[in-house]
Ligand binder design. Structure first.
Ligand code: AMP
Ligand code: GLY
Length: 421
């Protein structure tokens, strides 16, 4: 069977690397992919939101299954587009339809879903330009730090955590009146601040049953010791040492099961991954956010730990046979460390030659491109080096050995991934 992976990051390279190991995978395609996916798939130069272009490519290449990496095509309704088109309706799509993709597309929708289904999360209220005065009054009665969230997709930048009431009120106005995040901040969610350590939980579901993947922890800040600006993610580790059996069963019973049941009760079909961003408050898990996709760079540690055939799992999701499946996990720890372009997450240069990237090591490409047979940087997050070890310390140190052999101008990576574990 021919399979298409949509997206161009480290997550998509990892999915391609894993899928090409499946016996049932005849030809793999990536759209648009990167220099890494080009090694295991045929790259198709398509924008991830070009639904017509994707349709033509699927038909022209006899593709039977499409795995959607990023959230944007899902929130815009790519799965619905396939279902509504008679030429495409038999093609399987891994990734939810638009209605359920709202769990990531609208923070207010996600909060209401959690409240309706008694899923533990921070207390909240939502405001629009018409209720700005109530929003300001709400802030006055809240305890700092103040957590302000743009309702819609804001490229990971829509969450503000502010210490000071005056700034919080100014930012609320900037979001609602000045459209600081465009249409995404027409509505703002103000939330109770939760204090604790964060982790990522991934669930694969066909809408009826589900399988929980290994837990992971990512490192979002640019600087060592978790300082500086937020990034897409600078490294990750799986499993997460502080997730005991007891904590895991709390996550399963208090969060994962009610989420799947909630989707069923609300009549929201869901075939794909649910990424539950969690925070451990005391001894209890609470949901920070839902995403309707895998995390990046968590994928670069979670997928390499799965020893089961990923294509078979996806086909079971498509056919709603997931209850017949199980998932086998490599017991070693996996770690990944992301190398980024100097200056990221602010402005940075592209087009720098990457040396020392060839070989048999697990190096997943993110922002890379092939130009005149040379691999060059093409984004902020450039590549992720993944390794296994008996524990996270061993796994992380092997990542650093790999990165020691790779070079591009301005290359930066955190040298303390796992420091807090
Ligand atoms: P989100 O885009 O919802 O994942 O938020 C980005 C980051 O903001 C999260 O990874 C947390 O570190 C932080 N955050 C979001 N909501 C809260 C909250 N209610 N309390 C504390 N930190 C939060
Ligand atoms: N690593 C966090 C994310 O993918 O959103």
């Amino acid at each position: 069977m021919n399979v298409l992976v949509i997206g161009s990051g480290g997550r998509e390279h990892t999915l391609c690397w894993k899928l090409q190991q499946s016996k049932g995978c005849t030809q793999l395609y990536a759209a648009p992919g990167n220099a890494g996916t080009a090694k295991c798939a045929i790259n198709l130069p398509l924008d991830v939101t070009d639904f017509e272009g994707i349709k033509e490519a699927v038909l022209a290449n006899n593709i039977s299954l499409v795995i959607v990496g990023p959230e944007e095509p899902l929130v815009r309704g790519l799965h619905d587009y396939f279902l509504a088109d008679s030429a495409l309706s038999s093609v399987g799509v891994i990734g939810p339809q638009k209605a359920a993709a709202n769990l990531e597309g609208s923070k207010a929708f996600a909060k209401a879903f959690m409240n309706r289904h008694h899923i533990p999360t921070a207390k909240y209220a939502e405001f629009t330009v018409e209720t700005l005065a109530e929003g300001e009054a709400f802030l006055e009665e809240s305890i700092p730090p103040y957590v302000l969230k743009a309702d819609g997709l804001a490229a990971g930048k829509g969450v503000l955590i502010l210490q000071d009431l005056k700034t919080a009120k100014e930012e609320l106005k900037a979001m609602l009146l000045d459209k600081k995040f465009g249409a995404a901040s027409q509505k703002v969610v103000i939330e109770e601040f939760l204090s604790g350590i964060e982790l990522s939980c991934f669930v694969l579901t066909d809408g009826k049953s589900y399988l929980t993947l290994p837990m992971a922890k990512d490192y979002k800040r640019i600087g060592e010791g978790d300082t500086g600006l937020n990034t897409g993610g600078m490294g990750a580790i799986s499993p997460v040492p502080f997730v005991t059996d007891e904590f895991r069963s709390k996550i399963e019973n208090q969060i994962v099961k009610p989420t799947i049941e909630g989707l069923k009760k609300d009549g929201l079909p869901y075939k794909g991954f649910i990424f539950i961003g969690l925070i451990k408050v005391g001894d209890n898990p609470k949901v920070i956010e839902y995403n309707v996709r895998l995390g990046d760079p968590e994928t670069e540690v979670v997928i390499p730990r799965i020893t089961s055939d990923l294509l078979e799992l996806f086909l079971a999701v498509d056919k709603e046979r997931l209850h017949e499946m199980s998932i086998d996990i490599h017991e070693d720890t996996a770690a990944t460390v992301m190398a980024v372009s100097g200056g990221y997450p602010e402005s940075y240069l592209k087009g720098k030659e990457i040396k020392g990237i060839d070989g048999n090591k697990l190096v997943f490409h993110a922002g890379t491109t092939m130009q005149d047979a040379i691999i060059k940087t093409s984004g902020g997050r450039v590549l992720a080096a993944t390794s296994y070890g008996k524990n996270h310390i061993e796994a992380v140190s092997k990542c650093y050995e790999i990165l020691g052999e790779i070079h591009f101008e301005g290359m930066y990576y955190r040298k303390d991934i796992g420091f807090d574990l």
